[in-house]
Structures are given as C-alpha cells and as structure tokens.
Design a protein around this ligand. Structure first.
Ligand SMILES: [Mn+2]
Length: 320
C-alpha cells in the first residue's frame, strides 16, 4: 500500500485545517509509520528565557509551507516512507525527573518496530531521555550536537538535569559512543577553560562556528563523516546553533552563529549515514519574529526526515 502523503495544497489551502507536521497524517490515522515526528513541550530545564514549550506547535505551523519534493536531495520523502505526526507528549512541567522518565518511555514506545523518531522540543533537557531510549535500542550512539553551547556542564544551582547538562549526564551514563561525539557551531564566552577540558575528557571533538566559516561546509562534512563512520548516529540540534539573525526565537542566543543555509547543507552531507533519531530543540516562539526561527526549524526537520526516508528506501530496496 502506498504511503498516505500530505494534504494536497491545491485542494485545501496551506493555512486551513488542523494538520500534523508538513500537513502529514497523524499517527492514529495510519496503520504503521516508518518515521514519526513528535513534540515534547517541556521547558522547565532552561537557565535563561523560557518558552520552548511552545516550540512544537510553532514548528508545525511553519511547516505548512513545506512541499513534497526535496530537490537538494532529489527525494520525495513522503513517498519513500510513511511519515506521520504523533502529536505532543504531555509531560510534567513541575517535576523534571518525572518529565525525563515520561519522555524516555514515550520515545521507546514510538520507536517500536524500528520506527525512526524526530522530536521537537522543548528545551535541551529532553535530549538525555531521548539518548537513553536510543541507547536502549541501538547501544551507545554516535552524537552530532549542533549548538552554540557545549551543554556538558555539571549542575546549575545544584540541579543535575537542566538544558545545559544533558551530554555530561549522557557521558556518565555510558549511553553515547565516546569515539564519535562532536559539537558543531559552538561559540561565545564560557565560565572558564575547564569547561573545554571537561568536554574534551568526555570525548567530544569540536567544530566551532568559526571553523565552519573558515573551512567551509564540504570540509566540515568530510571530517564529521570520518568520525562517525557507520555507527548508529543521533543528531541533536539546538536551534541556537544558528546566528540570532537566523534564529532570534530561542532562550540563550549567542552572536556569530552559522546560517540556516550552512546547517541545511551540512545535514544534506550526511546522506547515507546510519541516522537513528534526531531532535530540534529550544525554539521559543515568543522571541521569534515573522516565524524566522520556526521556519528554519521546519526546514531542518524536513531535511532530517528526507535523509531518514532516503535511508529507509535504500534499506527496503536492499531487503527486496
Ligand atoms: Mn543546547
């Protein structure tokens, strides 16, 4: 049976109706899904401006403008795989520990039958339970972390589980593959040099925002691919990796970021890699203007789904 695709925008205008991501069907409207998107509207882990709990629906709203053919990758992702929107998972806004458990359980449920999951945050705290679920399915995973910040700090105000600490916790829990961890796009002031020393000790390599500028997209992709190889790969994208000019709608902006064109081109360079899941976090629409940030996030999600659908089709073809 052919996958159920998006609503036809020549019949129902893009701005009408209540639709899932990219106007795709809801998960309960399809028999099975190869790829699901889901929202985790949780932002009780932020250290500065809150509001990422409204991220998932802002990304969906912006995604109405996506079209079914991706010329950059020459794929029609919604024909290659059944993609569906699982909606948002309600998580406790007052109890971070319970929220983390809920997210891990939901991620495990959504990835039954080898379904690939792309999640919308929410703040970056959610990456920890998503990585826990990924590691339960695949073992310790390679991690590509796009962010202005390292997010390997230890605690804030004594709190261990925040949006600035998920990757230190993931290292401590042994759920990420320390041979293949990379930050991309980091920049801005730190608390001290020790931040970088700790980060290196956990196994992270760093391609800073300036590195992307000086070496360009092609060399950046080649280096990262080399480090990742054929390992199961999780991609975590904090939208603040983009310059505030490209993503003003986020909680902790830093000047000097990469552009939306650069991140899309870097992601497209990962075609064929064994991507097993991804998240896009920290979209806070209250600080957004003219949907700049949520449009960027929706296009990033589209390219991630395209890569997953391309891989799905290649594997289905190999099995046939
Ligand atoms: Mn982050």
């Amino acid at each position: 049976m052919a996958p159920i695709g998006p609503i036809d925008s020549s019949k129902t205008p893009r701005y009408a109706g209540r639709d899932g991501f990219a106007r795709l069907p809801r998960l309960d409207q399809v028999d099975h899904a190869d790829i699901v998107v889901a929202g985790f509207p949780f932002d009780a882990g932020v250290s500065y401006r809150s509001g990422a709990r409204f991220g998932p629906n802002a990304i969906r709203e912006a995604s109405r403008l996506l079209r079914p053919y991706n010329p950059a990758l020459d794929v029609s992702p919604f024909e290659l795989a059944q993609v569906a929107d699982a909606g948002d998972v309600g998580v406790n806004p007052f109890n971070i520990g319970e929220a983390i458990d809920t997210i891990e359980e939901a991620a495990l449920e959504l990835t039954e039958d080898d379904t690939r999951l792309v999640t919308f945050g929410g703040d970056h705290t959610i990456a920890l339970p998503l990585l826990r679920a990924a590691a339960k399915r695949h073992g310790p995973v390679a991690l590509l972390h796009f962010d202005a910040h390292l997010d390997t700090w230890d605690t804030y105000f004594g709190a261990e589980y925040t949006h600035g600490t998920p990757f230190r916790r993931a290292f401590e829990e042994g759920i990420i593959d320390t041979e293949a961890l990379s930050h991309v796009g980091t920049r801005g002031p730190l608390y001290g040099k020790k931040d970088l020393e700790d980060d290196r000790r956990f196994g992270f390599g760093i391609v800073t925002s300036a590195d992307v500028y000086y070496q360009g997209v092609i060399e950046t992709v080649a280096k990262l691919r080399d480090r990742i190889g054929d390992r199961p790969l999780y991609i975590s994208i904090d939208i603040d990796v983009l310059d505030p000019a490209h993503a003003p709608g986020t909680g902790t902006p830093e000047a000097g970021g990469i552009t939306s064109r650069e991140i899309l081109e870097i992601l497209r360079g990962f075609r064929g890699l064994n991507i097993i899941g991804a998240d896009i976090v920290e979209v806070a629409p209250a600080y957004d203007h003219a949907e700049i940030t949520s449009v960027a996030a929706s296009h990033i999600a589209y390219d991630l789904v395209s890569l997953l659908a391309d891989k799905h089709a290649a594997e289905a073809g190999a099995d046939a």
